[in-house]
Design a protein around this ligand. Sequence first.
Ligand code: GLA
Length: 394
Amino acid sequence: MTILQSLVQRYLQYFGEQYVLIQAPGRINLIGEHTDYNNGWVLPAAIDRYMYFVLGKNDRQQEMTLYSPHFDQTVTISLQQQDLEKQPEELPFWAKYLEAVVLEMQARGHHIMGVHGVLHGDIPTGAGLSSSAALCSGFIFGLAYFNQLSISRLEMALIAQAAEHRVGLNCGIMDPYASLHGKANHLILLDCQTNHSSYVPLHLSEYSLVLIDSKVKHSLAADSSYNERRQSCERAVGTIKAVHPQVNSLRNVDFTLLRQFENQLDAIDYKRAKYVLEENQRVHYTIAALLQNRLATVGQYLYQSHYGLQHDYEVSIPELDLLVDLTKPFHEVLGARMVGGGFGGCTINLIKTSSKDHILDKIIESYYLATSIIPEVYEFKLVDGVHIHPLFKV
Ligand code: GLA
């Protein structure tokens, strides 16, 4: 039985009537890390790892009941504002995102009636592949569907981002945007200042992109490091803005201007801001190289991005650095870097397809010898954003 069949069966067993099955993809990001909340550029794509929701209309209109077979937990979320604010019992962490979605939609004036359902995912959690953004995005899509709300995909992404803020991560818009706007075989070039995007077809000829999971799990929402990086950038902007009021984000700062403030900025804040400016530039260089099929150059930008994340932005960890370093002796690997917020999770690797299995075996072996951790390789396809599964709609 497939994962989808078993979820539908669970749904029928618990709730027993009409349902839709929604799938919300996770994402990779080719380049443009920690640039989204600095109004910069990112180059993500939705991948064929999903959060699945089997949802139906709930007769008890003032609450929703949701079951996670993975955790074997059922939660009931009240839709009455006063109950939500009282927060009678501690919700499990996955349900906190759902509750935050409800609160955020209500705060934006969307009238929501109850749904019930079963949810499950095959996006590895804590791996930098945006399982929480997929959770929020798929749920928002489902609530909009059942309540006949006409909400654009951009607004859904903004709601998902705000829901993550409510849970405690001051993230940018990249992850839910990618989950909601993905397109098969395409990357998304997103300008996080205007929230406009365009699709870039991904043609890698005899090369492949592959993820290697360090298996060091990290919840960005559970510690302050991510939010501290954001604060560093905002402090740098604040200092520059005091002299140049037109500067609202690092997007409005170029290298010459930043250098003029080197002595006034805290050394760490300066280093963080410099990384952001460089990474934004790399996104554009990468696009140019991709469009001209200069894949070796794309690979060099991936390595440079990792170097910046390791030494200047300091969001990498030794295990991710090791995975990247292990690729370097192989001329069939054009580039590699950590992906997502950092502090754990995966690297993304640009590898010659014909040598892939052999090289991955070598990397897995060396990584295991050094860390006693067995890393996991994820192959993936670039897919469409959140949608209703066509075969499972009654
Ligand atoms: C996390 C955040 C994103 C983005 C990345 C880093 O995934 O949710 O908004 O900042 O980290 O690029």
